[in-house]
Design a protein around this ligand. Structure first.
Ligand code: NG1
Ligand code: MG
Length: 518
């Protein structure tokens, strides 16, 4: 599986709605011709994703369960001889034309932190693609490009618009520079770090889901022992009814780049500190994550299994053993000797430094200087508990799916059990990870009364989308309730077109690809 190659298609039949996309590609081509007075050579596209289970755990290297979805970012591309990257967007009101000059000495571009724009995300992709090309063809200078993008992934919505954009951009630069074949594993590996260049310390779920997506399949993504996406199908629940995931966009935009210091990056930092404190208290020697030189919560679990339980590493598909170990870690996190009652409320910098046996200066240097964050107290207990409990839920989902497909278990029971795991995850995201909010909780509440078996915030949170587990028969009621009780109440002037975009009934979609049309 890891050796499979990013495909090239010669028509649009890989889409679940090829006709709609034909019109869209024609419009994009016309827009490209208007911008650059030539036709594009090819298209590079990459889809968004919805995460079904396991949020804020990928950067702790725990497995996640996303699926690529129909919405995507398409780049129409042509090379030029000017050595410039000229990027335009069909949504020119929000994304204005930008030109990025390639350094004359052939080195990779650098990102100007003071001039942050959508082009900064393109530059991230340019950096990772250029580095890859330099390794392959050290003597060839990078070509200039004309690009027009067209995106249908809602931005700031937890459906990973940024990863779809970065992967499509990277693929565009690679293809234009003669990389006609790249493995899915390589494309994932190089794009995983791209957003780190704009200061968001992302995990690898989104890029992996965007690259490995397959029609009608969800994905199990492992980060250890190595990053890999494994497609799997959902069981049929009845002859005349189908399991369906509905996505509803809360239309609260969360700009991860702007809020990173108080939201996303703060979680990355809190979880790193929690890992180091757990390792110290348990006398463990977990591997250090080379990126941040701290332990990870996954590393703590693996070391505990090896050093204390003296057990071998368990296989990624041995869910029962994984469940047992995660439960052990959850019990440990509850111990008074790990976090006392006061610490369970939150840590000050002084307290956290004291726990680690280092000075406040050393603490600030190690944890607070590389990734800027702002906080009142560090919620280390809550974050560690969320990560272990959420990772446990991923394994519980897998184990449930396995059981259901083996035995002739009642589909109703299956949906209820699966939905229950989703609902417990939402509680954890809200109360332990604090990445939900009142409006997002409200959407979940409405959905659960109207045909959803389980609803949870998907992606980073603090706004964005909710994923609901439902069935095709229950969809009309669910959609109607969301419209009447959320969208029309929160946004009385909302139009039908806006509603159509906010409620997404998406099938699992094909991952990143190059498209060559006649
Ligand atoms: P979204 O919200 O889709 O950007 C982010 C991270 C993921 C993961 C989730 C939370 C990026 C590109 N992706 O997703 O790696 O950590 O949050 O599970 O920032
Ligand atoms: Mg994103």
């Amino acid at each position: 599986m890891s050796e499979s190659v990013v495909p090239t298609f010669h028509d649009l039949s890989f889409y679940s709605r090829p006709d709609e996309n034909k019109v869209r590609y024609e419009k994009l081509t016309a827009e490209f011709v208007k911008n650059f007075e030539v036709k594009p050579d090819f298209f590079a596209r990459s889809p968004g994703r919805v995460n079904l289970m396991g949020d804020h755990i990928d950067y702790n290297f725990f497995s996640v369960l996303p699926m690529a979805i129909d919405v995507d970012v398409v780049a129409a591309v042509k090379t030029n001889d000017s050595g410039e990257m000229v990027i335009t967007n069909t949504n020119s009101a929000n994304f204005k034309k930008e030109t990025i000059k390639l350094p004359e000495d052939g080195s990779v571009v650098s990102i100007e932190k003071e001039h942050f724009s959508w082009a900064s995300y393109f530059s991230c992709s340019l950096i990772v693609a250029h580095k890859y090309i330099m390794e392959k063809y050290p003597e060839k200078p990078l070509k200039g490009l004309y690009i027009t993008f067209d995106g249908t992934v809602p931005t700031g919505g937890g459906l990973s618009s940024s990863a779809a954009f970065c992967v499509a951009s990277t693929l565009a630069v690679l293809k234009a520079n003669g990389v006609d074949s790249i493995s899915k594993a390589d494309l994932t590996r190089i794009t995983v770090v791209s957003e780190h260049y704009v200061g968001v310390n992302t995990g690898g779920m989104d890029q992996c889901a965007s690259v490995y997506g397959e029609a009608s399949k969800a994905l199990l993504i492992h980060f250890r022992p190595k990053l890999i996406g494994i497609p799997f199908g959902f069981p049929k629940i009845a002859e005349d009814d189908e399991l369906t995931f509905l996505i509803s966009n809360s239309l609260q935009v969360s700009n991860k780049h702007e809020t990173a210091p108080i939201h996303y990056n703060l979680r990355v930092v809190e979880m790193a500190i929690a890992s180091d404190i757990l390792a110290k208290k348990l006398n463990l020697n977990p591997p250090r994550d080379s990126n941040v030189s701290t332990a990870t919560l996954r590393g703590v679990l693996d070391s505990y299994v090896a050093e204390v339980l003296k057990q071998e590493k368990w296989d990624a598909d041995d869910y029962q053993t994984g469940i047992k170990h995660l439960n052990t870690l959850l019990e440990i996190v509850e111990r008074e000797s790990i976090f006392n009652a006061e610490q369970k409320v939150g840590f000050s910098v002084e307290e956290a430094a004291k726990e680690l046996g280092i000075t406040v200066e050393e603490f600030k240097e190690k944890y607070l200087s590389k990734i800027p964050v702002r906080f009142e107290t560090l919620k280390l207990y809550q974050r560690a508990k969320h990560v272990y409990a959420e990772s446990l839920k991923v394994l519980e989902c897998l184990s449930l799916l396995g059981e259901f497909s083996k035995s002739s278990k009642n589909p109703q029971q299956f949906l209820e059990a699966f939905g229950n795991i989703l609902n417990e995850s939402q509680k954890s995201l809200d109360l332990l990870n604090n990445s939900s909010n009142e409006k997002l909780n409200k959407i979940c509440e409405i959905a659960l009364k109207n045909g959803s078996y389980g609803s949870r915030v998907t992606g980073a949170g603090w706004g964005g989308c909710i994923v609901h587990l439902s069935t095709s028969k229950k969809l009309p009621q669910l959609q109607k309730a969301l419209v009447d009780e959320y969208f029309k109440v929160e946004f009385p002037a909302i139009t039908q077109a806006e509603l159509d975009e906010a409620i997404i009934n998406s099938q699992p979609a094909t991952g990143s690809c190059v498209v060559l049309l006649e």
